[in-house]
Design a protein around this ligand. Structure first.
Ligand code: CP
Length: 369
């Protein structure tokens, strides 16, 4: 946690340090709300742990071991915004760790229709469950929930599964885990379960599409800023460029970056490309209909300019901005990225409930040679 605090703007250091401390317990992340909570050590630990769980879960005995870890815990998935991947991968992660779960997806079935406030709903859910995993349309609501939970006797953790246009920290973690896999595969003899280092030095990571309203891009950028030597390219229509708050963060962390309003001329420079869809659900008056988004589509015709080791990522769901004909190429990493969500979310839950040590011990005893 100290490493994060040290990188803060001095003028706001005290306020931000208090904010980050309120999300931690005993110098460990407790509430998972912001991507900025994660430093290189916690990212590395979670990537190692994800890789261990992936290996352990490939054996029946390993699965049975994992299912003992949280069989006395219950999760509430409070998802009142649509989701396929985040919701399903958290349910799968709960099952991997033997944790029971229940969900609220449609608030019209809750007593909020009788006038109960959402804050009270959260307080009620905290009495039945041991963690609240939530997706919510309002920016900052997960942090507000952390404040509510810190103020009641039975404080349980909250995990942000996507909040408004601002943050999607667990997506960023699974994205960086996928990039770790892509950038270390065949480059080091050290397995990812033990890997410690900066695989991003000298790499160019391009973000393309609706960067202004894409919370996955914002959260992943925060994480990539932990890695000196990475170069970021933000390629989007001018109306949808990345926000000034993110650029300020990138600059403050000394990360090289470029902004451009074209994709095609830059294809050959990229070691990874993170393609995103138009977030037109956030339009106020259908304004994005006037934008030529197809200029920012990654197409099969561009493939002859891809670097051989290019990693193509997309948080999904996709539309036409990611050509389906690319799916068969070795550079297409987005299906593995989807599956990595299940491993990373298992790792994160294990970390929050402090059973990560048991997983490390089990891996050392049975899987490390
Ligand atoms: N990537 C992602 O958050 O997908 P869902 O909206 O389906 O959860």
């Amino acid at each position: 946690m100290q490493a994060i605090i040290d990188m803060l703007d001095p003028a706001m250091e005290a306020e931000k340090a208090v904010r980050l401390a309120s999300l931690s317990r005993d110098d460990r992340i407790f509430h998972v709300v912001l991507a900025q909570q994660f430093d290189t050590q916690s990212i590395e630990e979670l990537c190692q742990l994800s890789e261990m769980i992936r290996g352990i879960a490939s054996h029946r005995q390993g699965n049975l071991f994992l299912q003992t870890l949280l069989s006395d815990r219950r999760a509430m998935l409070y998802f009142i915004q649509p989701s396929t991947r985040t919701f399903m991968s958290f349910t799968a992660a709960s099952q991997i760790l033997g944790m029971g779960y229940n969900s609220v997806r449609d608030p019209s079935t809750s007593s909020e229709t009788k006038g109960e406030t959402e804050d009270d709903t959260i307080r009620v859910l905290s009495q039945y469950f041991d963690v609240i995993i939530m997706r919510h349309p309002v920016e900052g609501f997960a942090e507000h929930v952390a404040d509510i939970l810190n103020g009641i006797p039975r404080t349980i953790p909250v995990v942000n599964g996507g909040s408004g246009k601002d943050q999607h920290p667990t997506q960023a973690l699974l994205d960086i885990y996928t990039l770790f896999q892509c950038f270390t595969e065949g480059k080091t003899d050290t397995p990812l379960t033990e890997y410690s280092g900066n695989p991003f030095a000298g790499k160019t990571v391009g973000f393309v599409g609706d960067l202004k309203r894409g919370r996955t891009v914002r959260s992943l950028t925060y994480l990539l800023c932990r890695y000196p030597g990475v170069r970021l390219m933000f390629m989007s229509p001018p109306e949808l460029q990345i926000g000034p708050d993110i650029l300020e963060y990138v600059q403050r962390n000394g990360i090289e970056y470029e902004m451009c309003d074209e994709l095609a001329p830059h294809i050959g420079e990229l070691d990874a490309i993170y393609v995103t869809r138009l977030q037109d659900e956030h339009d106020v008056n259908g304004e994005s209909k006037a934008i030529d988004y197809y200029k920012f589509a990654l197409t099969h015709e561009m493939a002859d300019r891809f670097k051989p080791d290019l990693a193509i990522l997309h948080p999904l769901p996709r539309r036409h901005e990611l050509d389906q004909r690319l799916d068969v190429l070795p550079q297409a990493k987005y299906w593995g990225q989807v599956r990595n969500g299940m491993w990373m979310r298992s790792a994160l839950i294990a970390y929050i409930f402090r059973v990560d040590g048991a997983i490390r011990d089990h891996h050392r005893n049975y899987y490390a040679f």
